[in-house]
Design a protein. Sequence first.
Length: 240
Amino acid sequence: MSKVALVTGGTRGIGAAISLALQAAGYKVAANYAGNDDAAAKFTEETGIPAYKWSVADYDACAEGIARVEADLGPVDVLVNNAGITRDSMFHKMTRQMWQEVMDTNLSGLFNMTHPLWPGMRERKFGRVVNISSINGQKGQAGQANYSAAKAGDLGFTKALAQEGARAGITVNAICPGYIGTEMVMAVPEKVRESIIAQIPVGRLGAPEEIARCVVFLAGDDAGFITGATITANGGQYFV
Ligand code: NDP
């Protein structure tokens, strides 16, 4: 029987590529999103992957949303914590709201999504959790104190939970993408994009599908001995 995968922020950008790659690999996929109904409806129409709306920043909404997904598709075997936001600003101009929104989505979102699913994964003695962190959580980035802190926190969460899940058949891993050619990055002026690409040794942006293939690998049986790991996929821009 097909395994069930739930991808947060799974209707756009990297998340959409992850949803599609998991579907192609034979999973029953549910894609969560926050507010962009048009993009979600178009995604479902084009792919047949059902979209579920709730904010990962809200614990109760996550628990309710997960219950809906499980009622429709069955118990979730694979959780991909991909939803993320930016509220960039130099620190002296950063507001508490900018800090808090990024923490709530990019760090607490992982707790809110993983915590309700954890008991079921433990009971069934199987689970795969894949957390999408960022190169900027590894190296830090000026203008992103909030984002860098949250994404670094995601890596600590990954390593701690990997230790707790190991005996229960649950693996927990992270992926740190570098600059990926999503709408967000493609929307910046060409000159800025060129200066970003100039910093990437392989000389190009990453493709969302390249991150998606890492997720499929970590979710699969071949990755059963890998837990607490971080896959760095950044075109050689930063080595840990
Ligand atoms: P996008 O902005 O293209 O898509 C983000 C997705 O997350 C959307 O589906 C959005 O939903 C959803 N989302 C945002 N906030 C919430 C929330 N509170 N609850 C539920 N869903 C939410 O992002 P990317 O594809 O570029 O990024 C995906 C992940 O990869 C993020 O974690 C990001 O930090 C990380 N990353 C991205 C890099 C890049 O170069 N793009 C580089 C390194 C890491 P909706 O459609 O409703 O808005």
